[in-house]
Design a protein around this ligand. Sequence first.
Ligand code: GLN
Length: 496
Amino acid sequence: MSTDTRAAGELTGLTAAELAGKIASREVSSVEVTQAHLDRIAEIDDQLGAFLHVNGAQALVAAKAADDAIASGDAPSALAGVPIALKDVFTTLDAPTTCGSKILEGWVPPYDAAVTERLRAAGIPILGKTNMDEFAMGSSTENSAYQVTRNPWDTSRIPGGSGGGSAAALASYQAPLAIGTDTGGSIRQPAAVTATVGVKPTYGTVSRYGLVACASSLDQGGPCGRTVLDTALLHSVIAGHDARDSTSIDVPVPDVIAAAKAGAEQDLSGVRIGVVTELQGEGYQPGVLESFRAAVSLLTERGAEVVEVSCPHFTYALGAYYLILPSEVSSNLARFDAMRYGLRVGDDGSHSAEEVMAMTRDQGFGPEVKRRIMIGTYALSSGYYDAYYGQAQKVRTLISRDFASAFEKVDVLVSPTTPTTAFPLGEKVDDPLAMYLFDLCTLPVNLAGIGAMSVPSGLSADDGLPVGLQIMAPALADDRLYRIGASYEAARGPIG
Ligand code: GLN
């Protein structure tokens, strides 16, 4: 018998902020809250496939430790005891880390990622590792080598990608919080299609130490939740300087919690918002555009001054991204050489080391990963480097300049997060370009290294599925995302 994938239980239906309050006042224990989520996972996840690995015993040990710390007046953080789902691209000492790839099957890392360490230090029990497109390459989670993940709003549809597991876990009340990574949209786009909140922080503000690299100049870990405040609480746990990541920025993390709390109470007078001309119009689903326009009207009603802003080079973002990303992938994924991690094929003494490497990579990587390794290797080869990789880097600079000149006129930019709502499973698996186009609105942010949020803007009138509003802020001004996101969320009211 199937259970309603969107029906919350008494504890699982609460926000992370509410759970944190009840756990801190010892009205409920973290053990009870964690067990309630483990029960929900056991009850429902075979219908959704959000988790690749569930860490029940360890989660309960961490929950007990959080309860004990709270009982002795020593709560480790504002989220102490509130459990979380972790994308399977962050290393964990006590659980396998596969990145959705067969090449890492069975690999248990010898160290925790910086994000994992921060979650543990904050007393946040890790429920398990969530499904994802292989090495975070994809837009639907269908590129996972292990399983399909279904959208809790309509189980015949995709949950977005690459972080579809984390988004589906949140939307089905299997976890009150989740962690994702965003290289071209993999936090924001799954958030949009599941009516959850996802933030891609400014590049360099969340450590990439122990985040298995897809494209190092684009990858960024970030918080996912069902409300803006929950996401802010998690953001402040995971952000901060880390000397082990050479691109980590040593600046104070903005007070995103205060920004989210203030935003919920405040109107938007004095705030200037730019609607990006190039991220709307032809090719967008009518119901998505309608929801976006309604969101913009609400922002105006809330007192914001809204203008239209052109970012002419955004048109080239997809082309530039799909040269820069594969180039970095071809280099980063060279480390999976059958010698150091996980899978090793043909190691029976009858093959040379080169043959073992070739067979392992052939069997261990899926088609999308191979496609990108080949494109990247080609784009970086001598004779083509300037024509492809070099040109793409120039476009990247032009996109950053578009943002810089836009942010001279406005405080934040907005657009729909995705051009359509969640599409049916299987619809785009054989059409890579159609799949890539689903991330049209989110890619420019990664190329420029700035921060952005997707916040639900309601359900599309044409198919009843969730739509996301994307808010983009200048680098290191992530607090603006929370202030404006929370103000909009308060004005919007509940969804569905
Ligand atoms: N869908 C995009 C890609 O396939 C973005 C992925 C991501 O952000 N990890 O590259």
